[in-house]
Design a protein around this ligand. Structure first.
Ligand code: IDP
Ligand code: MG
Length: 142
């Protein structure tokens, strides 16, 4: 396997796009040393989001999560590099932006707004299998 063989799907969620944070967030990915191989602003629809978040179907935050993800454009990106899946999740920080450590994307830019779903700026794939599945959904053919 080559150095570039691991890939992850990164989403900058609608809160990050609305707040004008896409540049700062992508800059952190690049500054860490990963390579962006696809970047596209997208309007996600129900079908794509149902597939992307299938593991969460039935959870109390599922419907609010889908609505939130449709509330504005999402920046979808693919990043590559050895251990990029683990590395991007470390850059992102914990799911709950209140407990996400300062220095992480969610810790520095996110907060709890008291809503049914946490608006935490970014998504990152959590395994090689998830990454390949999610890249196939957002960037068919890649
Ligand atoms: P992750 O994005 O850190 O991998 P997941 O458990 O995969 O977290 O959840 C997907 C998304 O659903 C989270 O990023 C967050 O926006 C939302 N979410 C997850 N758990 C909760 C919760 O307990 N309350 C509200 N929203 C949640
Ligand atoms: Mg997840």
């Amino acid at each position: 396997m080559s150095e570039q063989s691991e890939r992850t799907l990164i989403l900058i969620k609608p809160d990050g796009v609305r707040r004008g944070l896409t540049g700062q967030i992508l800059a952190r990915v690049e500054a860490k040393g990963y390579t962006l191989t696809a970047v596209e602003l997208r309007d996600a629809d129900d079908q794509l989001l149902a597939a992307h978040y299938a593991e969460h179907e039935g959870k109390p935050f599922y419907a609010p999560l889908v609505e939130f993800m449709k509330s504005g454009p999402v920046l979808a990106a693919v990043a590559e590099g050895h251990r990029v899946i683990e590395g991007f999740r470390a850059l992102a920080g914990a799911t709950d932006p209140t407990s996400a450590l300062p220095g992480t994307i969610r810790g520095d830019f996110g907060r709890d707004w008291g809503l049914a779903v946490q608006q935490n700026l970014v998504h990152g794939s959590d395994s090689v299998a998830s990454a390949e599945r999610e890249i196939g959904l957002w960037f068919p053919g890649r």
